[in-house]
Design a protein around this ligand. Structure first.
Ligand code: FAQ
Length: 312
């Protein structure tokens, strides 16, 4: 088949919602977009372990400690499924990691904010995992098979994380005045960065049009952000907390909440490497990678020995 008919075959499959698989022909731009999005997503899961890992040793009870440990381990697993999905597109994991460690590759803006109190564990689960699920459930229907399949399992685990985060918030809000204030303070600090997770406005998004056409993204950044606000505001009401947005108002006509303007200058500052914790996060990742070298070498030596024994 020539390029034109290969392209037609690809477009027909997209049109009919038939999954694209690793060995299928795909346009170079589609492949590059997937590598960019999936690797950024994988890096986000791996860097996303750091803010919460900060609280494992200080969790208030054994039950909370066990849940925090399990959550952080889940995130490591998500990163690994996503790196594997990305490798099916013909890239090497070492190269992807090198791009993360050099600061070339992006990861979610949200993980560049500090976790100052235990209530931040609740706010991250409730808001950050909540935003992640809103964005990721539609990715279970992404046109690229390995990505969509990885997302199914990830979403199941993220929804558990969201619920345990909300339960932490609920416990704090039913506790002492000091605990409730801690919960409000965490909401104040995490609300706007959570809205930024959905990316630039549709007007400013570079990749949305192509990604929607190819069935990678099923909703635009603004559509998902609006859905998140609509489901999360009533959850804040149940907690008895105030969303830190003076312009937030139910709009009878549209059937959605109107909300205030996001600080886009802050967003672009964070994604260009100048957020409150960017340097600290990259430093921690580089250190962990260097310290893990002996583990990778041992695993490699073991795999080589096994295959030699098999061949003998
Ligand atoms: N942070 O043209 P668009 C999690 C970049 S959840 C940093 O709109 P696109 C779970 C974007 O990459 C978090 N960069 O791009 C968890 C592009 O840069 P480039 C991860 C951002 O791809 C929970 C440029 O701005 N989730 O980890 C952000 O169409 C709790 C222009 O943007 C995913 O990655 C941002 N917030 O839409 C773990 C989901 N937003 O490459 C631990 C999959 C945009 O041109 C604890 N990804 N940029 O230089 C997506 O759905 C999309 O990639 C979007 C961005 C929606 C993030």
């Amino acid at each position: 088949m020539n390029t034109e008919s290969l392209e037609k075959h690809f477009n027909d499959k997209i049109e009919e919602d038939i999954r694209i698989e690793p060995k299928d022909w795909m346009p170079e731009k589609y492949r590059k977009t997937l590598i960019r999005q999936i690797s950024q997503h994988a890096h986000s899961e791996i860097v996303g372990m750091l803010p919460e890992a900060n609280w494992i040793t200080r969790a208030p009870t054994l039950r909370r400690k066990a849940a925090a440990l399990a959550k952080v381990q889940d995130e490591a697993g998500h990163g690994l499924y996503l790196y594997s999905a990305c490798e099916t597109l013909g890239v090497e994991r070492d190269d992807l990691l090198a791009d993360l460690h050099s600061g070339k590759a992006k990861y979610s803006s949200i993980f560049n904010y500090p976790t100052l109190t235990w209530a931040d564990m609740g706010a991250i689960g409730w808001l950050v995992d909540g935003a992640a699920i809103m964005n990721q459930v539609p990715l279970c229907r992404a046109s690229y098979g390995p990505y969509a399949r990885a997302m199914v399992r990830i979403c199941k685990e993220e929804s558990f994380h969201q619920r345990q985060g909300y339960e932490i918030m609920l416990t704090l809000c039913k506790g002492s005045e000091e605990q409730k204030n801690m919960a409000q303070d965490a909401l104040n600090r995490w609300w706007w960065p959570s809205l930024m997770m959905f990316g630039p406005t549709d007007k400013d998004s570079k990749h949305t049009a192509d990604s929607m056409r190819w069935g990678i993204k099923r909703f635009t950044n603004d559509e998902l952000r609006q859905k998140f606000v609509d489901v999360t505001v009533p959850q804040a009401d149940i907690l008895g907390l105030t969303v830190p947005d003076k312009d937030l108002k139910w709009n009878e006509e549209s059937g959605h909440y109107d909300f205030g303007e996001i600080n886009w200058e802050e967003f672009y500052n964070v994604i260009s490497g100048n957020g409150p914790c960017n340097r600290e996060r990259l430093e921690a990742r580089r250190n962990a990678h260097d310290k893990g070298e002996w583990v990778r070498e041992a695993a490699q030596a073991y795999a080589e020995k096994k295959s030699r024994n098999k061949a003998a």
